[in-house]
Ligand binder design. Structure first.
Ligand SMILES: NC(=[NH2+])NCCC[C@H](N)C(=O)O
Ligand SMILES: [Mn+2]
Ligand SMILES: [Mn+2]
Length: 299
């Protein structure tokens, strides 16, 4: 597979310093060599430019979507690069940065396919809007925006249509969901699986079940979005919003590998690694270990 590495050194969506260093840190820790080892051709397309914005300007464009203007600019450029990558039959691996970059990556992927699915591995649902968000942090909004829920600056990014149908979205590992998000999940009937529910079903059974569903709805590609805080907080000090009661490392790898083996994953985000919060590179090393394991199964 031709893999296109696209770095997105963005922290505006979480409003906390740290995730902007992750793309280069992963490169310094041999990400490219590790992916090449699995017989991939790797093209490092570098980092998307993130315009500087000082913290005084964070509420300039909207009081409850901090830095929205810069986030839209970065994501529009990201969407186009991802779209070009998919149209070239390559596999874009988008390295964050915070999770707000998924607005751009999903927009780019969805424009290249007829009917995509999104599998979202995260402790959070990230379907807040400017009206429901308790923090005003845009990294809590990207999945909602991709389903057409929220402010039009986000939902109309790159092109004016819904990027993914709610029935094609599966949120796995969620265990810290805001009350406004719970209402939206009910209203739109969104598929959300807590770790507890996933363990009950069995990780492998769940992947088989999801795949059957997506085949029934004629999905032509799956976009995988992996937030580091999917993993239990005890393993990931280097992430901005850690949550306990998550999965251990082996469970995480099992799920990711099983998903990769379906052959349906055509693009992936890897986000919310915060190297400033990390302890002795524990989370950084784990990030490398996970990417190594997943890309062994991408063919
Ligand atoms: N991508 C993330 N880590 N998102 C965390 C979101 C936290 C919270 N639900 C919020 O909207 O502010
Ligand atoms: Mn997230
Ligand atoms: Mn999260």
């Amino acid at each position: 597979m031709n893999i296109n590495i696209i770095g997105v050194p963005l922290f505006y969506g979480c409003d906390k310093q740290g995730p902007q260093y992750a793309p280069d840190k992963l490169r310094e820790n041999n990400l490219i060599d590790i992916l090449q080892k699995h017989n991939h051709k790797v093209f490092d397309l570098g980092n998307i430019h993130v315009p500087s914005a000082d913290s005084d300007s964070k509420f300039l464009y909207h009081r409850n979507m901090k830095y929205v203007n810069s986030i839209v600019t970065v994501n529009t450029n990201l969407a186009h690069l991802v779209n070009i990558s998919i149209n070239n039959n390559d596999f874009p691996l988008i390295i964050g940065g915070d999770h707000s970059l998924s607005i751009g990556s999903i927009a780019g992927v969805s424009k290249a396919f007829k009917n995509i699915a999104v599998i979202w591995l995260d402790a959070h649902a990230d379907i807040n809007t400017h009206e429901t968000s308790p923090s005003g942090n845009v990294h809590g909004m990207p999945l909602g925006a991709s389903m057409g829920i929220g402010h039009e600056d986000l939902t109309n990014l790159y092109y004016k249509e819904t990027k993914v149908r709610p029935e094609n979205v599966f949120i796995l590992g969620a265990r810290d969901i805001d009350s406004g998000e719970i209402d939206l999940i009910k209203e739109k009937n969104i598929n959300v699986y807590s770790p507890e529910k996933m363990r009950k079903i069995g990780i492998e059974n769940l992947v088989d079940f999801i795949l059957d569903k997506l085949k029934e709805s004629d999905v032509d590609a799956i976009h995988l979005s992996f937030d580091m805080d999917f993993i239990d907080s005890s393993y990931v000090p280097g992430t901005g919003t850690p949550v306990n009661n998550g999965f251990n490392v082996d469970e995480t790898k099992l799920l990711l590998r099983k998903l990769a083996q379906t052959g349906m994953i055509k693009s992936m985000d890897f986000v919310e690694l915060n190297t400033l919060l990390d302890e002795n590179d524990k989370t950084l090393n784990l990030a490398i270990e996970i990417l190594d394991s997943v890309f062994e199964c991408i063919k």
